[in-house]
Design a protein around this ligand. Structure first.
Ligand SMILES: C[S@@+](CC[C@H](N)C(=O)[O-])C[C@H]1O[C@@H](n2cnc3c(N)ncnc32)[C@H](O)[C@@H]1O
Length: 163
């Protein structure tokens, strides 16, 4: 899935263009999707002529994300060897994204939004309904993942993609 989402951005791009890509998982967990993204980006950077070490370091700078679980975010930071500027603890549906990732939003948003969002039935969302009503996709019967799909579209820059 990650390859399908991001390869259209990588194919035919120069190393510099690839290094400028910004990819987000708004419910990153321990970073499984972002690790997959880094692996695909490294392949393309090496094919574009970058030495493997530089490709790995550069690819890691492309990935960003948020999760409410601090333990999961700590594990993802360790696995990806990146810091809190890229992987943040927070409620993806409530945070101020441009304030959390100013450099990304200065250029219009993420190039791709990927991931496997939380699936929570509406019966368990009563406490969150005031927040969820802010979404245009709000429906009393909607599962939590619906709001993550809307969020993905809001976070992608014009012309960006999500899966
Ligand atoms: C199905 S898991 C997917 C994790 C990761 N994308 C993966 O595939 O390994 C869903 C994740 O959503 C996180 N989560 C739940 N509600 C969230 C919220 N409001 N904001 C950010 N993350 C949330 C959970 O902590 C969990 O890590």
């Amino acid at each position: 899935m990650t390859r399908v989402a991001i390869e259209p951005l990588l194919r035919g791009s120069t190393a510099d263009e690839i290094l400028a890509l910004r990819i987000c998982d708004p419910a990153l967990g321990e970073g499984a999707f972002l690790l997959a993204a880094v692996a695909v980006i490294v392949e393309h950077l090496v094919a574009a002529g970058l030495p493997l070490g530089e490709a790995r370091a550069g690819a890691a700078r492309c990935v960003h994300g948020v999760d409410v679980d601090p333990r999961a975010v700590a594990a993802a930071r360790a696995a990806l060897a990146v810091g809190e500027d890229q992987l943040q603890v927070g409620d993806a549906l409530a945070i101020d994204w441009p304030a959390a990732f100013p450099a990304v939003f200065a250029r219009g948003g993420f190039d791709a939004v990927i991931g496997n969002p939380p699936y929570v039935r509406q019966e368990h969302l009563a406490a969150h309904k005031p927040l969820l009503r802010r979404f245009v996709s709000y429906d009393g019967a909607a599962d939590l993942y619906v709001y993550f799909v809307e969020l993905a579209h809001r976070l992608a820059r014009p012309g960006g993609g999500s899966v």
